[in-house]
Design a protein around this ligand. Structure first.
Ligand code: HEC
Length: 193
């Protein structure tokens, strides 16, 4: 089950008060990601400032174990998670945050907001929502903790937005992507059930 059994949920629990996590069961944190062996590091080189330290089943992570993108071929070819995140962003977030994460009159630019935002912080906002009580207009970021269409794809959406925030990925649909990993498909099926 990808949403609940996903190792990253462990990271969320470290960063966010467990009480705000609602329906997501607690899970032990994964062992810290080790830097890739020298033999594998050539494959891990990515365009953009955030370099992956590890790849497992097509999912790239940085030295802190946070999900990150892998972009190659002059910016044209993205990893599967970035592609999936693009699709999920367009299904669930675009209505408020605008095309390509650029922001709208209602909701802030996520290209700006994701600069330096780690996965635990991001996940906390997505699970629990956010409300700006000081704004003259009441701004509400809905809580998606019960929405599998978002929860099952949280690392994907983070990965996509991180690539946008880093300036590694331009606007519009990525032209090419790595194949969908078999492990992704299995976890997706389990999570969406
Ligand atoms: C109904 C409109 C709406 C939808 C849909 C929505 N958001 Fe938001 N989001 C907002 C608003 C408004 C804010 C600003 C809230 C505030 O300032 O307190 C916000 C804030 C955020 C922030 C925090 C930004 C910051 O500067 O701290 C993140 C991250 C975020 N949204 C991500 C997402 C993602 C990812 C999705 C899709 C899964 C999404 N949002 C869907 C309205 C929305």
């Amino acid at each position: 089950m990808r949403c609940a059994a996903n190792g990253f949920v462990g990271v969320i629990l470290v960063g966010v008060a467990a009480g705000s996590l609602g329906t997501i069961p607690a899970r032990a944190a994964p062992p810290a990601a080790k830097p890739a062996a020298p033999s594998g590091s050539a494959d891990l080189k990515s365009e953009g400032p955030t370099q992956p330290a590890k790849v497992q089943d097509g999912q790239y992570t940085d030295k802190n174990g946070d999900p990150t993108y892998h972009i190659a071929d002059d910016g044209k070819k993205v990893d599967w998670y970035t592609m999936s995140g693009y699709l999920r962003y367009n299904a669930n977030c675009i209505v408020c945050h605008g095309p390509d994460g650029m922001g709208s009159t209602y909701a802030p630019s996520l290209v700006d907001a994701l600069k330096g935002m780690d996965y635990a912080h991001f996940a906390g906002i997505i699970v629990g929502g956010k409300k700006d009580v000081n704004a003259s207009q009441e701004l509400v970021m809905p809580a998606f903790g019960d929405n599998r269409n978002v929860m099952c794809y949280m690392p994907d959406i983070y990965t996509y937005l991180r690539a946008r925030a880093d300036g590694a990925l331009g606007r519009n649909r990525p032209p090419e992507h790595e194949p969908k990993p078999a492990a992704f498909e299995k976890a997706e099926d389990a999570c969406m059930k």
